[in-house]
Write a protein that binds this ligand. Structure first.
Ligand SMILES: [Zn+2]
Length: 238
């Protein structure tokens, strides 16, 4: 149920957990060989057709903690999280080293998708999303968290002030490692801490580093200034 596989459908190459997709939670962490949101014209049509969706919502991301609950016809423009319980609508987050976290209660069903770079992680966007989901009826014992490809502890050098900000905020020391005298931060471990603290025991991790993981992903730190890759989640239409 929890293993990621790489799949291709039409223009789209993506990692997903087939058991979760089969359970009606459509999701994907796309590689750089796929189109990137904002999708326009024919590309948008192909995306919606390929994944049997009626609509897709993307945001201008700001490294904050604003999470939008999507109801009928809502079109938020800015923010870093999307919470969905309406079927057939995709929440989209673009990344290039930042971590995309997808939270799922398959039994409700309810999902959210989050942009978690170091700033959003430090401000607790993942904890905030769990709280917003449980307030609306999701149950942490049923929930699982998917961790997308991101820059990982192997490659993500940070300054002392960033490291100290995490420790001061109560994050455990194991989110940081010392590599040749410099400090490295692991966004996945930091978000796993937030997820566990919020009461979710189940995490599916792609285990992929965008920086050193080969040619599948764009990496901001490796020089991709404007390029991004797309990630999405949606609840399947009945
Ligand atoms: Zn790496």
């Amino acid at each position: 149920m929890k293993e990621f596989v790489l799949e291709r459908k039409n223009d789209w190459e993506y990692y997903h957990v087939p058991g979760l997709t089969d359970a009606g939670i459509i999701h994907g962490f796309f590689t750089r060989r796929s189109p990137v949101s904002p999708l326009k014209g024919r590309e948008a049509e192909v995306f919606l057709d390929t994944f049997s969706l009626s609509d897709a919502i993307a945001l201008n991301q700001e490294h904050g903690t604003d999470i939008h609950v999507i109801g009928n016809g809502d079109r938020p423009s800015r923010g870093d999280g999307i919470l969905l319980y309406k079927r057939g609508i995709a929440g989209v987050i673009n990344t290039a080293d930042c971590l995309c976290v997808i939270l799922v209660d398959p039994g409700f069903p309810m999902v959210s998708i989050l942009h978690a770079g170091w700033r959003g992680t430090l401000k607790g966007i993942t904890s905030r999303a769990v709280g917003m989901m449980t307030e609306r009826g999701a149950a942490t014992q049923r929930m699982l968290a998917l961790m997308g490809p991101s820059i990982r502890g192997c490659c993500y050098e940070v300054g002392r002030e960033v490291a100290d900000a995490f420790l001061d905020a109560g994050f455990p020391g194991d989110i940081l490692t010392s590599v040749n005298g410099s400090l490295h931060l692991d966004l996945k471990t930091a978000n796993a801490h937030l997820v566990h603290e919020a009461g979710i025991g189940s995490i599916c991790d792609t285990g992929l580093c965008t920086y050193c993981g080969g040619d599948d992903f764009v990496s901001y730190r490796r020089g991709a200034r404007n390029a991004r890759q797309m990630n999405f989640v949606a609840i399947k239409e009945r």
